[in-house]
Each structure stands twice: as C-alpha cells, then as structure tokens.
Design a protein around this ligand. Sequence first.
Ligand code: HEC
Ligand code: HEC
Length: 295
Amino acid sequence: MVTFLRYLIILTLFGGVLFWFLTRPQHADADLFAGVSGDAGRGETIFWAGGCASCHAAPKAKDEARLVLAGGYRMISPFGTFIAPNISPSEQGLAGWTVQDLGNALLYGTSPDGTHYYPAFPYGSYQHMTPQDIADLKAFLDTLPPSDMADKPHELGFPFTIRRGIGLWKHLNMSSGWVLKEAGIPALERGRYLVEAVGHCGECHTPRDWTGGLDRSQWMQGAPNPSGKGRIPGISPAKMDWSATDIVYYLETGLTPDYDSAGGQMVSVIANMGHLSKDDRSAIAAYLKALPENR
Ligand code: HEC
Ligand code: HEC
C-alpha cells in the first residue's frame, strides 16, 4: 500500500512536471523585430486581409465604424462563447503594447503577461505572418480611433476556463508547414500567404477534429458552422467548380456566378476583401484553383 502511494505520488509529480513543461507559453525571439520599422499604409492592407475588423469591430458596425476595434463580437463554438476583446489604441485595448507584444500574440498566441490566448483568435493561421507585416499592422492599428469599451469575459465551461491547458492544444495543432507545399510562382506564393496565413480562410472552410484543431487532410472541404447552424461550403476545386474569374468577382462584390449574394460570416470577409488590390484577390483565386483536385 505504501509503495503504491509512493508510486502514485511520483506519477502525479511526473505528470505535473510534464504538463508544466508541455504547456509553457512560447515567445518570439527578442531580435525578431530588430531593424524592422512599420509602415501604416502597408499595414492597412494586412489589416483588411487579416479580417481583424470582422471580430474586433463592434457587432453590426458598418463602413468607417469598422475601424473602431471596441470588441464585443460573440463567437459561438462547441466549447462555449468567446467574446472578442477591445484592441483599439486605448487603456482598455492595446495602449502600451510593443510590436514584440503583437508578434507574440499573432505568432504564438501568447499574451504580454505570458498566458495563452484561446485559438478562437486564429493565431494558428497568423503564426505564418512575416515580422515586416506585423510591424506594418502595428503601425496601422496605432492610427485607429480609441474606444473605452471594457472587455467582457468569455462564457466557457470547465475545463475550458483553464488557459494553461491551451498549451497542449498548441502542441497538437500548431503546424509550422504550409498545406500547399509547392507554390512555384510568385502569384501562387502570395495567394498561399493570403489564404493560409493572413486571411485564415481555412479556419472556417476546413473541418475540425475532436480537439477543435483544423483537419488539414480535408483542407477547404467545407465544415459544419461552429455556431451549430448550417454548413460552410467547401471551396477546393473538388467542391467548387467556379473559374478563377468567378472567385475574384465574388470576393470583390459578394455575387456568385448564379447571381446569389454571399450571406453569413462571408459578408464581413467580403467587406474586407474589397479593400485589397485586384492582384491580391487574383492571387487568392489562383491559390484556391491550385489546390489538389482529389480533395
Ligand atoms: C475570428 C475572430 C478573430 C479575428 C479574425 C481576429 N481576432 Fe483577435 N482575438 C479574438 C479573440 C476571441 C480574442 C481573445 C482571445 C483570448 O481571450 O484568449 C482575440 C484577442 C486578440 C488580442 C489580444 C488582446 C488582449 O487584450 O490581450 C490581440 C492583440 C488581437 N486579438 C489582435 C488581432 C489582430 C491584429 C487581428 C487581425 C490580424 C485579429 N486579432 C483577428 C478573435 C479574433
Ligand atoms: C468566418 C468564417 C469564414 C471565413 C474566415 C471565410 N469564409 Fe468564405 N464563406 C463562409 C460562409 C459562411 C460562406 C457561405 C456564404 C453563404 O451562405 O452565402 C462562405 C462562402 C465562400 C465562398 C463561396 C462558396 C460557395 O460555393 O458559395 C468562397 C469562394 C469563399 N467563401 C472564399 C473564402 C476565402 C478566399 C476566404 C479567406 C480570405 C474565406 N472564404 C474566409 C465563411 C467564411
């Protein structure tokens, strides 16, 4: 009995140390942003490509109001409801944040005080962003109007309230590689960067496994809507027979080849895509058309 207890204590200690080790928050290297200076004009493109306003603008904000990043948007998921925080340049938002802080958040999902963010903030995609783009984005965010809206707590049940456990999620789900391995030409490389990293299209259009991570073997094949209502369509060549021109037109206007207009969460994605250059929308279409036919 005594031996058994001793064994149990050792096992618990070992398990605790392993959990502590596996769930440590990661940070960007201290010199990642050395010599990189941000340009707000270029940052605006990254802001729209990254869809920050879709989650961080007040719900139902339109046009200019989408630049006030007051938070409050509710994201319903099987784990509970996440409420996007204020990220405007104010005391309630990102006042005092450095580029390094923003880098830690976007690349590692780690907060300035060293805790894990929930992956409802799509850093699993943003982790591929370049330091230059993050510095540019920071410069742009600094120019936006402040809001003093206070953050609301997420509405989650146990055990999802324990942030430390997100470290395990990151171990299972943060994949450093690209899904489309061969990009070849520059337009495709740009498309891959816009879709897989900044635009985080896979976060909605790819199904998730039991951990809530993206099932990359079914990339862009469509998925149940996390809100529980309806399905998000597949956009890989196997699931969508639109031409590249159709896709570019849709991303600009929200109109499908059958003259339907886009609905659901795609409405705000299209409001963002309209701010990109035609070349960038074409690069996104080229990427989608280049995904393997067999999936
Ligand atoms: C799909 C919705 C979504 C999108 C898109 C999104 N975020 Fe967020 N973001 C969230 C959620 C939810 C949180 C809260 C995470 C948490 O509490 O762990 C968050 C947290 C943050 C934080 C931490 C704020 C704090 O107070 O600690 C920053 C910074 C941030 N987001 C910046 C951005 C930027 C910049 C973009 C665009 C490149 C962006 N987010 C796009 C949902 C989103
Ligand atoms: C927040 C979730 C979300 C994100 C992020 C998202 N989409 Fe969508 N997308 C949707 C939904 C929902 C629809 C269905 C719209 C409808 O019902 O009209 C859709 C529809 C589409 C369609 C039309 C498919 C069809 O058969 O009607 C295309 C093309 C598309 N998305 C491309 C993209 C691209 C490219 C990105 C990344 C830049 C992206 N989406 C990011 C949710 C999302």
